[in-house]
Design a protein around this ligand. Structure first.
Ligand code: T1G
Ligand code: NAD
Length: 693
């Protein structure tokens, strides 16, 4: 409780005025905070005994930005721009004390101060682009003046923060203090006032504003950000810092910001921001359920997934054992891990020393007993039920009491695996996505017997491994793969009816996915699905014909596309076209021209329909959970908010009508609108309005 208002406190330390803001959890710059800051600054300005001002925040972080929940609501004065103008108008030094994550409007406020002091662990950044925005409180004009347009552009277009030591080197931070931050900052302010140091504003600096290298940097940074409005706006704003006077650049930044904040893309990205945080809240976890401590991990199987999962533990600083059936396979798995790390080093993503430290945390073994000290064991052996049940039976014997036992299965029944142990309450699924050390999504599969504390342990571990955990129920393919299967069925139908792989993939990448379904199938390997279909007595006319011809995708240089040696670029293949034409005529189908719109609808609507069934069955708790799964696990373009959010924007009545049309045309009853879609469409509502509070 402050003395200016509930969030802002003003006190004196001799001739230094100390403004402390306390608005948990992240000191977002909501209206009350801005009003309190403006008042505190006014008082400090008008008190002649005040020689300098320190702005600090209580709790875990300096301001982490504007309050995102206020966007789209009527603006309340003072705006952040006014608070910043008040700081720049101060006739005495203002020093920002940075800790935690000084982000967005928080960092912009600090850039308006005369000096910035930080603790070593602080990070500063402008992540607005991740919300479909650009910095709207002067960051695009002040940061280039401090560190040069090229480096500023990188921070603004990537949205990635930098650490305090780097910020010190760049001249963003004036001093890094040991010990208590506020005490150190007050001492700094006292020195500045005593030495009567000139009050140089960042806005007045021009010496770093060179256009050299800017155009190339802009092109390189935005090349892979097709379809997004915010990165282009960031480039325009930072370019303005080079070519326009400060005030004009600032005015233009404001116009760009207001356009983006009212736009569909930012609304969609803000939906994903909050849905991601909501997804971590697991219903049915009793108040006070505590995660079990995780000091050590273990992974069974050092194949494609096992190696990547072990890297996640090492990257988070958690020692991990990895178990294989024999030394050769173990060494092969460890070599793949080492090669992954070397690739990261060569891209400048990690230092060699850090890699050595992480590799040292990974202990390769061939005896299962070695996992006896692990607090969590993740199984990633072949996708065969009997093998997995055998492994869990053995784990039941060797794993310590209270260890969490997890399976990385992508399709199998987690409850059946759990019943292979005497402790099903400790068993659940942790479905990582390939490559496991890169993909951020983690589907946590809650078994019928999984205990709340085992579940909360997995969710907490997921966040510690840098993942976005989403809890789902047990069914074939869980949420993501189950919806994806609907898309695959439609993709094959489109080929039989008249489309070609390159046309379908172009429509899907045009929509915003990084890759189309057929290039993705070629990358994963067509033989994986072929073996599963053979085992289940199912057939995919075209894909099986390709596999029978030995075309398994990238790994054989031919699949739905052909690949030049050493290249991953999918090229249309006349032989595949002939295989498809033959399959159509065998099926007695007269091929027709299919529009891009129809392809997009048939790639997405059946998935949304399955998503509705998944919600009806309670396999997913909230539509937002499904959106987060698709954004972080399947490349759904974040600026379209996710499949369920996208469907709400289109209107469920439209979806109902199109699905009905496709069901009647194909005779496929599974395309009939799910009950939830028909009901919500009839009520004129969307998925979001039907989400549990
Ligand atoms: N506004 C409102 N709520 C916020 C918030 C924000 N800026 N940041 C976090 N929260 C809530 C979040 O929803 C969650 O709520 C709780 O705080 C803890 O967050 C003018 C326009 C700071 C790195 O983009 O990246 O400034 O779920 O679970 O993992 O140019 O939060 O508990 O109810 O994420 O420790 C720019 C966004 C805004 C930073 C902390 N700033 N936040 O991560 O905790 S735009 C951002 C984060 C802007 C100006 C523009 C992270 C974090 P709940 P959390 P965390
Ligand atoms: P993989 O074939 O690459 O690796 C499996 C490894 O398990 C092999 O190295 C094998 O030697 C080892 N293994 C088999 N039996 C073992 C035992 N008893 N003890 C120790 N090691 C044993 O397979 P993968 O692609 O890594 O898949 C592993 C699991 O992860 C499967 O359940 C799969 O469905 C799932 N998954 C795979 C992906 C993917 O994209 N590959 C994605 C998500 C989940």
């Amino acid at each position: 409780m402050g003395n200016i208002n509930a969030s802002v406190d003003l006190r004196r330390d001799g001739e230094i005025a100390v403004v402390t803001v306390d608005n948990p959890p992240v000191n977002a710059l909501k209206h009350e905070v801005r009003a309190g800051l403006a008042e505190a600054l006014r008082q400090a300005r008008d008190d002649a005994t005040v020689k300098a001002v320190v702005i600090a925040c209580a709790g875990r972080t300096f301001f982490a930005g504007a309050d995102i929940t206020e966007f789209g609501k009527p603006p309340q004065a003072p705006g952040l721009g006014e608070v910043i103008a008040a700081i720049e108008a101060m006739p005495k030094p203002v020093v920002a004390a940075l800790h935690g994550t000084a982000l967005g409007g928080g960092f912009e406020l600090a850039l308006a101060c005369h000096f910035r002091v930080a603790v070593a662990g602080a990070r500063v950044g402008l992540p607005e682009v991740k919300l479909g925005l650009l910095p709207g409180a002067g960051g695009t004009q002040r940061l280039p003046r401090l560190i040069g347009p090229e480096k500023a552009l990188k921070m603004i277009v990537t949205g990635d923060p930098i650490e305090a030591p780097e910020a010190l080197t760049d001249g963003i931070v004036d001093e890094i203090v040991e010990g208590d931050l506020t005490t150190g900052t007050i001492a700094f302010a006292r020195r500045v006032a005593a030495e009567n140091r000139p009050l140089r504003l960042v806005r007045d600096r021009e010496d770093k504003l060179s256009a050299e290298g800017f155009a190339d940097a802009a092109e390189a940074l935005t090349r892979r950000l097709r379809g997004r409005e915010a990165p282009a706006a960031c480039v325009e704003a930072v370019r303005n810092a080079i070519v326009l006077p400060f005030e004009e650049g600032l005015k233009r930044e404001g116009e760009l910001f207001r356009k983006l904040v009212a736009g569909d893309q930012s609304k969609a990205q803000r939906h994903v921001f909050f849905a991601e945080r909501e997804a971590a809240r697991v219903p049915g976890i009793p108040e006070g359920a505590k995660p079990r401590p995780i000091a050590r991990g273990a992974v069974i199987g050092a194949g494609t997934m096992g190696g990547g999962i072990a890297m996640c533990f090492a990257n988070a600083g958690i020692p991990v054992s990895i178990v294989e059936t024999g030394r050769d396979l173990l060494q092969k798995g460890l070599d793949r891990v080492a090669a992954n790390y070397r690739a990261t080093v060569s891209r400048g993503g990690l230092g060699a020393e850090e890699v050595e430290r992480r590799m040292a945390l990974i202990n390769g073994v061939t005896e299962l007993d070695a996992v006896g000290s692990a607090d969590v064991v993740i199984e990633a052996v072949f996708e065969e039920m009997e093998l997995k049940k055998r492994v869990f039976g053995d784990l039941d014997r060797v794993a310590k009491a209270n260890a969490v036992l997890a399976t990385n299965t992508s399709t199998l029944d987690v409850d059946e695996i759990a019943r292979a142990t005497s402790r099903p309450r400790d068993v659940l699924g942790t479905h990582f996505f390939s490559p496991a050390n890169v993909m951020r999504l983690l589907e946590i599969v809650r078994g019928a017997a999984t205990s709340p504390d085992a579940l909360i342990t997995a969710v907490t571990l997921g966040r510690r491994l840098g993942k976005v955990p989403v809890t789902v129920g047990v069914c074939y393919g869980f949420v993501g793969n189950r919806m994806l299967a609907r898309r695959s069925v439609e993709a094959e139908r489109l080929l039989l009816e008249g489309a070609l792989p390159q046309q379908v993939d172009a429509a899907v990448t045009g929509f915003g996915f990084p890759m189309g379904p057929f290039a993705m199938a070629d990358m994963a390997g067509l033989d994986v699905g072929w073996r599963i279909r053979n085992g289940r007595g199912e057939r995919n006319e075209i894909e099986d014909a390709l596999c029978e011809a030995g075309h398994f995708g990238q790994k054989t240089g031919k699949g739905y596309f052909r690949y030049d040696a050493g290249s991953r670029t999918p090229l249309p293949d006349p032989e595949v076209e002939q295989t498809i034409l033959d399959a159509s005529s065998r099926a007695g189908i007269t091929r027709r021209a299919i529009t891009q719109e129809e392809i997009v609808e048939r790639m997405i609507f059946p998935m949304v329909n399955e998503g509705a069934r998944i919600l009806e069955e309670g396999i997913a708790t909230r539509p937002g959970d499904i959106d987060v799964i698709w954004v972080y696990g399947y490349g759904w373009p974040v600026w379209r908010g996710g499949p369920m959010y996208y469907a709400d924007q289109l209107g469920l009545a439209h979806l109902r009508d199109r699905l009905t049309l496709y069901a009647e045309r194909s005779g496929d009853e599974t395309l009939r609108p799910a009950t939830r879609i028909s009901r919500l469409a009839a009520e004129g509502r969307g998925f979001a309005s039907s989400a549990p509070a």
